[in-house]
Write a protein that binds this ligand. Structure first.
Ligand SMILES: *Cc1c(COP(=O)(O)O)cnc(C)c1O
Length: 390
């Protein structure tokens, strides 16, 4: 058995990033400034997005996307029950109503074929989530959005570097289409906390730039600069969602390493796929038939609870005893108290998501994992399954 505990995720922060943070701290300018701007430019260049706006989280980005797209009371927004709660919380804070559409249990993504039947005359937007980094089938979703005049907000918190039919997630240049990334420490790259909103919609970009800083027409950096003027105006009440330069300093270094990180993530996932393909204890997500490059943010098999005669939680507890960390992404959203109480959602409403919710587990996956770490995970999973006769 492994001697030390292996966490399910751990960020890789370089000495260069630490030096760049120290440089910002010493420079006298800590908050949003030249490094945040440079990070936005590098991000736009990487994704091909016409506009990239740095924020203090993806939650902030999703919230501002809702506000900038004008979603509000009376509007319905379609999304998936298999996501982090932030996806739906921001819809609620915009005053709109979330409408859940069940997933495809093979890919864990929203089932694009079921979206149309959930549309009403109140539907204003669709929020697909690229679960674990696997891009949703965007062609039918984009067609539907175009035909029905709906906005699209891609929750790409898992999907930086992922591709759908050759196109990078976040590269859309179409109007009323926004993509949001997260830089939380477990995500494909991190800034500590942070997020990026990408869009080709000039109006959304301008509104986001205002809303992230109180609605003020000019950021502090521009106001306090030598040639700046102290005046500003407020056209609508904004929030405080800007990214610090000390965060952007980390992000600039992380973005340069993204392709290496994701390459390592894919290699680890490929070893897991191979090792677990013939095991009876795990059910692996299936690759969809459309061309894609998986972002591999998390590695999420389903525990075959019937075959093992063991709950997912018991499986996680056994791995913990073997010094292997795991995580739960996610309990299906409609099963949390608040949403059930507010919308009357119950077990049975989204059976595919419930099937996954009862079985899913995130195994360790991060770029700094060694081959020995990967072996330890495979050995531990095998031991747990073997002990149950699988
Ligand atoms: C992490 C995550 C978010 C929120 O990201 P933050 O940067 O932590 O706000 C939103 N949606 C999904 C699917 C996530 O995994």
């Amino acid at each position: 058995m492994r001697k030390t505990f292996l966490p399910f995720a751990r960020p890789s922060i370089s000495e260069e990033a630490i030096a760049d943070v120290a440089d910002s701290l010493r420079s006298g300018w800590i908050t949003t400034g030249p490094k945040a701007q440079a990070f936005e430019e590098a991000f736009a260049a990487y994704t091909g997005a016409p506009y990239a706006l740095a924020l203090n989280s993806a939650t902030a980005g999703l919230h501002l996307a809702c506000l900038a797209l004008g979603l509000g009371p009376g509007d319905e927004v379609i999304t998936t029950p298999m996501t982090f709660v932030a996806t739906v919380n921001v819809i609620l804070w915009a005053g709109a109503r979330p409408v859940l559409v069940d997933i495809d249990r093979r890919t864990l993504n929203i089932d694009a074929a079921r979206i149309e039947s959930a549309l009403t005359e109140r539907t204003k937007a669709i929020v697909p989530v690229h679960f674990a980094g696997l891009p949703c089938d965007m062609d039918p979703i984009e067609t539907l959005a175009r035909e029905r005049g709906l906005a699209l907000i891609e929750d790409a918190a898992h999907a930086l570097g992922a591709r759908y039919k050759g196109r990078l997630v976040g590269s859309s240049t179409e109007g009323r289409h926004v993509t949001v990334f997260s830089f939380h420490p477990t995500k494909n790259i991190t800034t500590g906390e942070g997020g990026m909103l990408c869009t080709g919609d000039e109006e959304v970009a301008e509104k986001t730039a205002l809303l992230r800083q109180h609605g003020m027409s000019k950021g502090a950096w521009k106001r306090y600069a030598v040639q700046g003027t102290p005046h500003y105006d407020v056209h609508f009440p904004g929030l405080k969602y800007n990214m610090l330069d000390i965060e952007a300093a980390i992000g600039l270094d992380q973005l340069r390493r993204l392709e290496d990180f994701n390459g390592r993530r894919r290699a680890i996932a490929a070893r897991y796929d191979e090792a677990f393909a013939d095991r009876g204890g795990l059910i692996l997500p299936e690759a969809p038939s459309y061309d894609h490059l998986h972002g591999r943010h998390i590695y999420t098999p389903l525990v075959d609870v019937d075959r093992l005669g063991m709950s997912r939680d018991a499986f996680m507890a056994r791995l913990r005893e073997l010094n292997i960390g795991t995580a739960l992404h996610y309990q299906a959203l409609h099963l949390f108290s608040y949403y059930g109480e507010t919308f009357g959602w119950r077990r049975g409403d989204f059976p595919e998501a419930e099937y996954v919710s009862d079985r899913i587990v995130s195994l360790p996956l991060f770029p700094a994992m060694t081959d020995e770490d990967v072996d330890d995970v495979i050995d531990a999973v095998r031991a747990v399954c073997l002990a149950k006769g699988a």
